[in-house]
Ligand binder design. Structure first.
Ligand SMILES: [Zn+2]
Length: 338
């Protein structure tokens, strides 16, 4: 089979790779229905995150189970499944607490930008849909695997509740999913910070009530003005840069919550400043597995359409163009069909 391999900065190849097969009795093999390119794939793609050797890319997936190992009990061949981008057993104490992102058997899924994928701990990782989904909701089920789950975690970590005032820093795919998640959780006001027209439009579709185009201190001043000087109850930080993190901290009201899911690159926080801001900070890689049953249910009942975040769909063989389009910000997120 052919799969996606990153060799170095801006060098994505679609090349021959070995077929996946069952290696452990807890594995499953799935035949990919759809996969996609993640914003975090752009860190090694741009050379910001160094790679030692060529790496098979892709960690978002959904498809039909082809084969399961002898110890897999709950997942069966023929089922349509999706699963988390973090490898976790879903049985250890951390998983039981709902932090599959800190599993004792933690790993990072890779190699999903391919026609077929081996999933470890299949019983813990995968969630099956009630039936084979119709084509139109496949992008939304795929989104649950990472981008929707991560946006959802940002809102969950930021304590979004019915009636909350929420600010979302970052208008990438995760930020947009944060807007959608806050809406589903009942936020009354959702301030999306975005300076790109197409992304503002999508943010409004997903439930944003206000758009702030300024960044940094000017952006903070806008949030202050919109909230009558109080600040937001909940802020979702979905970028991972110093400026966006400070924007989040300063946009929060004293006692507010910040859910941060942008992988920090060069972010440092001063203890004294944090002390006087009096904010709750909670973030990290999203424990998507905790949320998957609920997210799948929301999609299945057609209460949400997170799949709209994919504004480019390509055949898997054109994956390199999918990366380029996202790198050049011509696309928010690329869906790939094997
Ligand atoms: Zn675990």
């Amino acid at each position: 089979m052919k799969g996606t391999v990153l060799y170095g900065p801006r060098d994505v190849r679609f090349e021959d790779r070995e077929e996946s097969r069952i290696e452990k009795p807890t594995d499953a093999i799935i035949r990919m229905t759809a996969t996609c390119v993640c914003g975090s794939d752009l860190w090694p793609y741009r050379g910001i995150q160094k790679i030692e050797q060529p790496i098979p890319m892709g960690h978002e997936y959904c498809g039909i189970v082809e084969e399961v190992g002898s110890e897999v009990k709950n997942i069966k061949p023929g089922q349509f499944v999706t699963g988390s981008f973090r490898i976790a057993d879903n049985t250890c104490p951390h998983c039981q607490f709902g932090y599959q992102s800190g599993c004792e058997n933690l790993g990072f899924m890779s190699g999903a930008q391919a026609p077929q994928l081996r999933v470890p701990f299949a019983d813990g990782m995968l969630v099956a849909t009630p039936d084979i989904p119709s084509k139109d909701i496949v992008p939304s089920l795929l989104a649950a695997s990472d981008v929707f789950g991560t946006g959802w975690f940002a809102a969950d970590a930021a304590n979004v509740k019915p009636g909350s005032t929420v600010a979302v820093v970052g208008d990438g795919a995760v930020g947009l999913m944060g807007v959608l998640s806050a809406k589903v959780m009942g936020a009354e006001r959702i301030i999306a910070m975005s300076r790109h027209e197409s992304r503002q439009k999508l943010a409004l579709e997903f439930g944003a009530t206000d758009i702030v185009t300024e960044r940094g201190d000017e952006g903070v001043a806008q949030v202050e003005e919109l909230t009558k000087g109080i600040g937001a109850d909940s802020v979702l930080e979905c970028v991972g840069a110093q400026e966006s993190m400070m924007q989040a901290v300063h946009s929060s009201r004293p006692g507010g919550w910040i859910g941060y899911v942008g992988v920090p690159h060069g972010v440092s926080l001063a203890g004294e400043q944090l002390f006087f801001e009096a904010v709750h900070l909670h973030g990290g890689p999203a424990p998507v597995r905790r949320f998957l049953p609920e997210l799948i249910h929301l999609v299945w009942e057609r209460k949400v359409n997170p799949g709209k975040v994919f504004d480019l769909t390509l055949p898997l063989s054109e994956v390199a163009e999918g990366y380029r389009a996202m790198d050049e910000r011509r696309a928010i997120k690329t869906l790939l069909r094997p």
